[in-house]
Design a binder for this molecule. Structure first.
Ligand code: AKG
Ligand code: FE2
Length: 305
């Protein structure tokens, strides 16, 4: 019998999970309770945990394969555990860490790869006295509250996800920027997603999307702004104020998130992240379309009208 207690923290998402020590092996009863709660609440907060990298990795593996982290610059991974991405604003070898400003615009993890992450498990190791919160948006609610007309428009639509749109990427060291670009050329994914376990629909865009396949730049921009604004309305968002030792596990298949830079940057903020590998490869490489003369003319007119 499981001793786990689940207490909802928000309407859109979020639940606190207590009565389980994640440093110990997880029983199959506990694993199943956590998975059910995860599908229902999308973001689970486990307060007061203290996990070694090995224990965090072992816990994460209960919920899927770990992402091999091929998309990340090697210098941002834990030196002894490549399964862990170190999100830190501390100096490394006299330089700003390659993750000092990670996650600062709305995104779903690893959409710049062919296989967006299934989820992530983030462990708070050091935190500033106030701020440095993270927010998640419930993308099921976002989809379900669109009008049927717009839902129809999204059917079959594809978005171009671009790693260079990571906010603040240009502030990272040249070698990290070069690695991220080299490893992650622009990637196309369908906008509509069906969650493999709940079978509910949501839509995947975010602020790292450059535009939509087959649309002009202006059309893309307006549609994207509308979809992003709608998805991140306060009603659909859960905001977490971190405590030391928190482990937060989110379902990346139906949420987006943003890490706020609202804290004193001289104070350390350090998080260890395991990413769960996506179950489906939904991406294909974006190649700039060859426009014929007529299309070029229409585009030119559209640009001035
Ligand atoms: O640092 C955070 O709160 C989250 C950063 C982020 O986007 C991530 O870990 O995927
Ligand atoms: Fe993220």
């Amino acid at each position: 019998m499981s001793q786990i207690k689940i207490a909802p923290l928000g309407f859109a998402a979020g639940a606190e999970v207590t009565g389980v020590d994640l440093s110990k092996p997880l029983s199959s009863a506990d694993q199943s309770v956590i998975n059910q709660a995860w599908l229902k609440h999308l973001v689970l907060v486990f307060p007061g945990q203290d996990l070694s990298p090995e224990q965090q990795i072992a816990f994460s593996r209960h919920f899927g394969l770990l992402d091999p982290q091929e998309s990340q610059a090697p210098t941002t991974l834990h030196p002894d555990h490549r399964e862990i991405l170190v999100l830190s604003n501390k100096m490394v070898n006299g330089k700003k860490s390659g993750t000092h400003n990670s996650g600062r615009n709305w995104h779903t993890d690893l959409t710049y790869t062919p296989r967006p992450a299934k989820g992530a498990i983030l462990h708070c190791k050091e935190k500033p006295p106030v701020g440095g919160d993270t927010m998640w948006a419930n993308l099921y609610l976002a989809y379900e509250t669109l009008s049927p007309r717009i839902q129809q428009l999204l059917e079959g639509l594809e978005a171009i996800h671009d790693v260079t749109l990571i906010r603040g990427l240009e502030q990272r060291s040249p070698d990290v920027i070069a690695e991220m670009k080299r490893r992650n050329p622009p990637m196309i994914h369908p906008v509509i997603r069906i969650h493999p376990e709940t079978k509910r629909k949501s839509y995947l865009v975010g602020q790292r999307v450059r535009g939509f396949v087959g649309m002009g730049d202006d059309e893309s921009r307006h549609l994207l702004d509308m979809l992003n604004e709608h998805a991140t309305a306060p009603e659909f968002v859960f905001r977490h104020r971190w405590q030391l030792g928190d482990v937060v596990m989110w379902d990346n298949r139906c949420t987006s998130h943003v890490a706020l830079g609202d804290f004193d940057q001289t104070q350390p903020r350090v998080m260890f992240r395991c990413s769960l590998e996506g179950e489906q490869e939904t991406g294909r490489l974006f190649e700039r379309p060859q426009t014929d003369d007529r299309a070029a003319m229409v585009q030119a007119v559209a640009a001035v009208s």
